[in-house]
Write a protein that binds this ligand. Structure first.
Ligand SMILES: Cc1cc2nc3c(=O)[nH]c(=O)nc-3n(C[C@H](O)[C@H](O)[C@H](O)COP(=O)(O)OP(=O)(O)OC[C@H]3O[C@@H](n4cnc5c(N)ncnc54)[C@H](O)[C@@H]3O)c2cc1C
Ligand code: SF4
Length: 527
């Protein structure tokens, strides 16, 4: 008996439970509803039969090949391989087209997932790439680094029991392969409007905004203080999750669409925001969040204490063969490293330390494993690569004489939920112990760091430092009507895909404000 549990969020889904024998018998006669099962509707089942041909039962979920641990920890390359046309089609054909695509709703950009899966099943790669770009400006990047287990794949109807469709890997395959074969976005139908928009920040939010504006005939000019585009995609996220040539390829695609990049320009230092407001029709801000959250415990100033982002940025420079005196290489080769924190940044730090040749790498996190905010996949990868995890441990002091010698940790137990509904870790009295260390990396996350020049230009911030955007009125408009904002600086530190979503929504809002008609998004949706 194979059971499928739909999430039941939509009453007409009907796809709750069915029996393999019922399918095998080709009809209802062998149908056997288990105790307590909810009935399904025949129309959905018929559609599933026709569409999937039971492929999902015969073909198990198969992720692209993973580079063996012993090899991958010796280099900086991505650890997942790529599907070929046949395997991509085979895995795409597992989608049962369940009628109410929960995957689409859980995907923050609402990708047309079943539709492009169907195109790949039919071998229509370029059409899939076009469709994929209707909703996502960076599909090859999201396919690589979205936490799919808690987004699209977590919501896949097949996730219970048979293994979700490998949505992320197929999304990555579509753009990688289409671009390799010469596909580029077709903007031949786009008429220039003569409007120009300045975008500050070439991170995911800024790039997504530029993408949608270019498709609407509006000329985007992107300013960024860094030499390369990508924001944290380039400088924060390590190459073993996202090789940097992928971001460079995206730059070529965007430039081919008419996006202009002015790199190495810091607004507020090299150029005033007021100048942009004056000389462009609108301005989009996607500056990210870069203020480190501190632990506030004794010993934080000892030599050997390291912040996560400088550690990761210095490492990316080393891998790329570039140099920035503000971010020197921090070498943990042969050292005992302790990383404090449990999010994606902490996982990136532990796995980078492993690749640098650390003697030992331990991650201490104040809640239990189930409550870790990072992607499950990344935690598993870190464990496989030799990272030791200490759950329910909170640092109370960094110990050492001039330099780090260890971390004093106290055990915690989970208490009452906090204002966000997460159970608060409470220290267990008398449970302190010292964990020896040479280097301690703090990965407690980031907070917005609004610059004075924002307020000077009439852009209001919230008490926690995030930029305040319209609740009513044009989406993503700030209190300066010519200025829009999105991504981490509006949401607080979050995800690439949510920054992409906000950049795209802001671009639509800007286009509407400038009286420009948006390109039809759903016209070619149905394959
Ligand atoms: C280490 C790490 C790992 C992560 N891993 C993942 C992951 O696996 N999956 C995931 O989905 N998310 C991950 N994230 C989160 C994700 O990277 C961010 O949510 C996302 O990059 C935010 O996009 P953004 O465009 O808002 O900002 P950013 O990516 O921060 O880009 C902001 C850009 O603005 C530029 N800028 C700032 N101020 C100025 C100025 N005054 N003048 C000119 N330019 C300026 C910056 O140089 C930067 O290029 C990770 C974050 C970190 C730190
Ligand atoms: S953008 Fe992210 S959540 Fe959406 S389909 Fe792609 S991998 Fe899944």
């Amino acid at each position: 008996m194979i059971l499928f549990h739909g999430c039941g969020r939509q009453h007409d889904c009907g796809f709750r439970v069915f029996d393999k024998r019922w399918f095998a018998a080709g009809g209802e006669t062998a149908f056997d509803l288990p105790d307590g099962a909810i009935a399904y509707d025949r129309r959905t089942i018929t559609a599933m039969k026709e569409y999937s041909n039971l492929h999902f039962i015969e073909t198990p979920r198969k992720d692209p090949t993973e580079v063996p641990v012993a090899i991958r920890v010796r280099d900086w390359n991505e650890i997942y391989g790529q599907y070929q046309a046949e395997s991509a089609a085979d895995q795409s054909a597992r989608c049962i087209n369940c009628g109410n695509p929960y995957c689409e709703w859980e995907c923050p950009v609402h990708n047309f997932i079943p539709d492009w899966l169907r195109l790949i099943k039919q071998g229509r790669l370029f059409e899939a790439a076009e469709l994929s770009h209707q909703t996502n400006s960076l599909p090859e990047i999201c396919g690589r680094i979205c936490p799919q287990d808690r987004l699209c794949e977590g919501a896949c109807t097949l996730n219970d029991g048979l293994g979700a469709v490998t949505i992320g890997s197929i999304e990555k395959y579509i753009t990688d392969e289409a671009v390799k074969q010469g596909w580029r976005p077709d903007l031949s139908h786009v008429k220039p409007t003569g409007k120009r928009v300045a975008i500050v920040g070439a991170g995911p939010a800024g790039l997504a905004c530029a993408d949608v504006l270019a498709r609407s005939g509006i000329e985007p000019v992107v300013f960024d203080r860094n030499a390369r585009i990508g924001g944290l995609l380039t400088w924060g996220i390590p190459p073993f999750k996202l090789e940097k040539h992928i971001v460079e390829t995206r730059r070529e695609i965007l430039e081919g669409m008419g996006v202009e990049f002015r790199m190495g320009v810091e607004i507020g230092r090299d150029l005033e925001l007021s100048e942009l407001i004056e000389s462009f029709d609108a301005v989009f801000l996607g500056l990210g969040t870069y203020r480190y959250v501190r632990g506030g415990f004794p010993g934080e100033k000892l030599s050997g204490m390291v912040e996560s982002l400088p550690f990761l940025i210095g490492n990316v420079h080393r891998v790329l063969g570039t140099n920035d005196p503000a971010f020197p290489y921090i070498d943990v080769d042969g050292k005992r490293v302790v990383v404090l924190g449990g999010g994606d940044t902490a996982m990136d730090c532990v796995r980078t330390s492993i690749r640098q040749g650390a003697f030992s790498v331990t991650c201490a996190y104040r809640r239990d494993e189930a409550n870790m905010p990072g992607s499950r996949k990344e935690v598993r990868n870190a464990k496989d690569e030799g990272v030791e995890f200490l759950f329910n441990r909170q640092p109370v002091e960094i110990v050492g004489d001039g330099k780090v010698e260890g971390v004093r940790l106290v055990e915690t137990r989970l208490g009452e939920p906090d204002e966000n509904g997460r159970r608060r870790p409470e220290p267990v009295a008398g449970s302190e112990q010292n964990l020896p260390a040479d280097v301690v990396i703090i990965a407690f996350g980031f907070r917005p760091d609004p610059q004075d020049w924002l307020v000077e230009n009439g852009i209001e911030t919230l008490p926690d430092g995030r930029i305040s955007v319209a609740v009513s009125g044009p989406a993503h408009q700030t209190s300066n009507q010519k200025v829009f904002a999105g991504g981490d600086m509006v949401r607080g530190a979050d995800l690439v895909v949510t920054a992409v979503f906000e950049g795209r929504e802001a671009a639509k809002s800007i286009a509407t404000k400038l009286g420009i008609e948006l390109p039809g998004a759903s016209a070619t949706r149905v394959a």
